[in-house]
Design a protein around this ligand. Structure first.
Ligand SMILES: Nc1ncnc2c1ncn2[C@@H]1O[C@H](COP(=O)(O)OP(=O)(O)OP(=O)(O)O)[C@@H](O)[C@H]1O
Length: 469
């Protein structure tokens, strides 16, 4: 397996893992090795006949479907053989179009048996797939505004009022579960409210790739192109999924140009800044920045409380301020997790018939809280910050005051205050026995600097994100 990109096969396994239980993945899928014989011919090598037969019966169509999408080859054929990938690759393959398995014990020396699998493609999808997918539940009224999403929300509202005119495309980026899809769909709903006949289409970029692949397969590619080039607003989610998929990028490039030329609105979301999407063509990266690029950041404590209260209200549940703060202080990673925690608290209350109190909330969330506490310790914060700034752990706890050390130390203290429930004196103590007023000063300083220094603000968010996982 010389020129193999194990990454692609790994992606295939990851995608199958969303569908199949982990035992099945470990037992039948991981032991396989993949080899691309030609651009449209994939061989899966199984360690023995038993595995091969099982894969042929149970998993081949699923694997083929995913591989066709990942390789953007609707004509991809799949064969099964017993053995392992020969050490020499028989054909010259483009790196990105080669698959391999990271793991898997293989036995060699077994005569290969090829089983043709060309007939295993999933049923046709066809043009009926091309529908709007706008979800009415996402609107501006139920999107809680905070410092972390203010700009993105304002930009989205602008776009909703003047689609295709001002910010085009609108590119919203940020970490998972922070409201990008919500905002994008809120724009879609607002446009539809004012112009019910507008053709507003929301879709995940994975679905776009899937549709393109099936359109090529079904000879409906012209319909596919016509459909997307005739919309009034195209909302396309998680655009990072286009990375490494040149045919989809090519197709999207033309759709993008056509829509912008016709003054139709495009909104995209992504988990990172456009320039940072590896495997995306430069011409797309630069086009994505033509309009307005805005970030959504993790919400601060007050916004998390406001979101919880708003969600509770929508569920007609009364949530005391104490309980809202209790949850918001402990669930910080993103809003999806916050919603999950609230759902658990409400379900527990309904199940036990007891009112929602801080005590019952503590009980309902105890596993989640314990898991998080285990991860975010003061020492963990210090280690992570020291590593990030290339310092020694003892620099953070020591006495030196030059800025290259003092600033990271303040960052670490500020993170400790935000991400743990330790008191100020405890935090001071952990940083070389410093006074609690030093911790207060550090937190204030970092808060101020995050407002004016984008580098520090980005570093802080990155560290927070790393620690919150
Ligand atoms: N400011 C907010 N006010 C109210 N609800 C919010 C807010 N931000 C996010 N949510 C809710 O949090 C959940 C996750 O948000 P969403 O799906 O929009 O995140 P995302 O950034 O698109 O994440 P991903 O990158 O995983 O797709 C949704 O149910 C959404 O309604």
């Amino acid at each position: 397996m010389s020129t193999i990109t194990s990454e692609l096969w790994q992606q295939c396994i990851d995608r199958l893992s969303e569908d199949l239980p982990v035992q099945q993945i470990n037992m039948w899928i991981r032991p396989l090795q993949a080899e691309l014989k030609a651009e449209n011919h994939l061989i899966l090598w199984a360690p023995n006949r038993f595995v091969m037969d099982m894969v042929a019966q149970q998993y081949k169509s699923k694997i083929l479907e995913q591989a066709q999408i990942l390789l953007e080859r609707p004509d991809l054929q799949l064969g099964l053989q017993v053995g392992s990938v020969p050490s020499e690759q028989p054909v010259d393959m483009p790196a990105a179009a080669t698959l391999s398995s990271k793991s898997g014990a293989v036995s060699s020396g077994v005569a290969p048996r090829v089983e043709p699998m060309a007939d295993l493609a999933e049923p046709d999808t066809g043009a009926k797939e091309f529908v709007s997918h706008i979800n009415k539940k996402f609107n501006f009224d139920n999107f809680v505004e905070g410092k972390s999403n203010q700009l993105a929300r304002a930009a989205s509202q602008q776009v909703a009022q003047n689609p295709g005119v001002g910010y085009n495309p609108l590119f919203i980026y940020g970490g998972v579960g922070l409201g990008k899809t919500h905002l994008m769909q809120a724009v879609g709903n607002a446009i539809l409210e004012r112009s019910p006949d507008a053709k507003v289409v929301y879709l995940h970029s994975e679905r776009y790739v899937q549709q393109m692949v099936s359109s090529i397969k079904n000879n409906t590619i012209e319909e596919f192109k016509d459909f997307y080039r005739s919309v009034n607003a195209l909302l396309i989610d998680d655009i990072q999924f286009f990375a490494g998929k040149p045919r989809s990028q090519e197709e999207f490039f033309h759709t993008f140009n056509a829509l912008i030329e016709q003054g139709q609105q495009i909104i995209m979301t992504c988990d990172r800044y456009p320039k940072e999407i590896e495997g995306l063509e430069e011409r797309l990266k630069s086009r994505f920045g033509w309009g307005l690029t805005v970030a959504v950041e993790p919400p601060d404590l007050e916004t998390r409380v406001a979101i919880l209260q708003s969600k509770a209200e929508q569920s007609q549940i009364s949530l005391s301020t104490d309980v809202a703060f209790f949850i918001a202080k402990r669930v910080r990673a993103n809003i999806r997790e916050l919603e999950g925690a609230l759902r658990r608290v409400i379900a527990t209350a309904q199940f036990t018939g007891r009112p929602i109190t801080v005590e019952s909330t503590k009980e309902a969330l105890k596993d989640q809280i314990a898991a998080q506490a285990k991860l975010i310790t003061l020492e963990n914060i210090q280690r992570t910050v020291a590593k990030f700034y290339n310092l020694k752990l003892t620099d953070l706890t020591g006495a030196r005051r030059n800025r290259s050390i003092a600033r990271p130390r303040q960052v670490a203290m500020s993170l400790a205050k935000e991400l743990t429930n330790h008191s100020l004196p405890e935090i001071g103590e952990a940083f070389g026995g410093r006074d609690h007023t030093t911790v207060i000063h550090a937190c204030k300083k970092i808060e101020e600097l995050r407002e004016i220094e984008s580098k520090l603000s980005d570093d802080y968010n990155l560290l927070r994100h790393t620690l919150n996982i």
